[in-house]
Design a protein around this ligand. Structure first.
Ligand code: HAM
Length: 409
């Protein structure tokens, strides 16, 4: 509520403007999907699917087979809709954006919630490095527009098949087996099922990522070239970034470029946006072999990075109307609608109080002007226009009210 809600709305408004300028089209995806969708995309061994997903089923408990997952992220739902609409075959190049709440079981803290909002972008049908860079350039434009100071980090995980990933996986497996005693219990299992996951373990992932083999050292020529072109594009576009070889994403579908955007203002949960390339995902979910890239902004975290104080005064009306007496109330209602039609933000204050209390109320709301209508004013076709900041008041003809207020601003 209040400034916090307004800062979230402001981010949505600016992100929608950015989306329009980049020719992205809105897609509205459902809150729930089949559990298998996330198992096959986000990944069965990811914490998001293995530990954090909310599963819902209908109240008839014999119907467990109909259980669904509440979406923990947007990417799988967008891919599912895209394939279901047949676009992967008929018109594969698509540019989408979406907005809405996601749900994950988390231990809540500043910047980490069980329900949070994402603003996401997914681009399908582009394998070129300029499309990876374009995503970060979008985020850079939004960053400037919002006036934030953010830190861009990028990495490459290489291709899934046939070159980079199998060799990297093998190296991680060897490393993990040699350091078994240092791994948590969960990681013993992760190691055999998906060794990449030991790098984003909440307990000792950071330590592991520091000393374990790095994906950058296992890139094939094509992936190395792709990554260096992404960096060239970013530099040319003036996006400041650092290569972080320890950057591992917690979701399974990434290939090649991955990135995170961090804010020092947010605290320990400092990633305000994250994304990357996922060239195998559409095919893995039953579609044609179409490449994809995307990111999601954590809107609640982005709002923490914005100074909420910027939005303090914005909840105030432009004009508070005070009507004294039965007949004045009717006039006030009509007048308020006329002023609203001229795009003023107007509230008619409750009538059961005294003038002095109502003026105090208008002042508390932060309204710069009060318009007072009593029996005398009605008879003369005028109102009292009170400048609440300067505490001065004068009589104004109703027909001239809008112009009188405008001329003072
Ligand atoms: P993700 O890194 O899981 O990626 O989430 C993206 C962003 O959502 C995070 O950087 C963070 O700002 C925000 N976020 C995540 N969890 C929470 C939480 N519990 N509370 C508050 N904010 C949170 C994805 O979701 C991918 N779908 C991004 C993507 C799109 N990759 C390709 N396309």
């Amino acid at each position: 509520m209040g400034p916090e809600a307004r800062s979230v709305a402001f981010i949505e408004e600016r992100a929608r403007t950015m989306a329009r300028r980049y020719n992205l089209n809105e897609i509205r995806i459902p809150m729930m999907e089949r559990i298998e969708l996330y198992q096959r995309s986000t990944g069965e061994t990811s914490d998001v699917v293995a530990k954090q997903m909310y599963i819902v089923q209908r109240s008839d408990e014999t119907a467990g087979a109909d259980a669904m997952a509440l979406r923990p992220e947007g990417t799988p739902g967008v891919v599912r809709a895209y394939i279901e609409a047949g676009l992967d075959r008929s018109n594969p190049y698509q540019r989408f954006f979406y907005w809405g709440p996601m749900l994950r079981y988390e231990r809540p803290q500043r910047g980490r919630y069980r329900q949070f909002s994402q603003f996401g972008v997914e681009i399908f049908g582009r394998a070129d490095p300029d499309s990876d860079a374009e995503l970060m350039i979008m985020l850079e434009d939004l960053r400037r527009d919002l006036g934030l100071s953010l830190d861009f980090q990028i990495n490459s995980l290489g291709c899934a098949e046939p070159d980079c990933r199998p060799r990297f996986r093998e190296a991680l497996l060897r490393y993990g087996r040699a350091h078994l005693a240092e791994l948590c219990e969960d990681c013993h299992q992760r190691l055999e099922r998906n060794p990449l996951r030991i790098l984003d373990c909440k307990i000792d992932g950071e330590r592991m990522a520091a000393s374990a083999p790095k994906s950058l050292d296992y890139l094939c020529d094509a992936c190395r070239k792709h990554f260096s072109l992404v960096q060239e594009f970013l530099s040319e576009a003036g996006v400041l970034y650092t290569v972080n070889p320890r950057l591992v994403r917690g979701l399974d579908y990434y290939t090649r470029t991955t990135f995170e955007v961090l804010s020092a203002a947010v605290g320990s949960q400092n990633a305000v946006a994250a994304g990357g390339r996922y060239d195998g995902l559409i095919e893995a979910l039953g579609g044609a072999p179409v490449p994809g890239t995307g990111f999601a902004i954590g809107v609640d975290r982005m709002a923490l990075a914005l100074e909420a104080s910027r939005f303090e005064s914005e909840g105030a009306p432009d004009i508070a109307i005070i009507a004294l007496g039965e007949r004045a109330i009717r006039r006030a209602t009509t007048l308020a609608r006329e002023l609203r039609a001229s795009d003023f933000r107007v509230e008619v204050l409750p009538t059961e109080r005294r003038l002095r209390a109502l003026l105090a109320m208008a002042d508390r709301m932060g309204a710069p002007y009060a318009v007072i209508i009593g029996e005398n004013e009605l008879a003369k076709g005028v109102v009292q226009l009170r400048d609440l900041r300067a505490s001065v008041q004068r009589e104004v003809a109703v027909a001239e009210l809008a112009a009188a207020i405008r001329s003072r601003n």
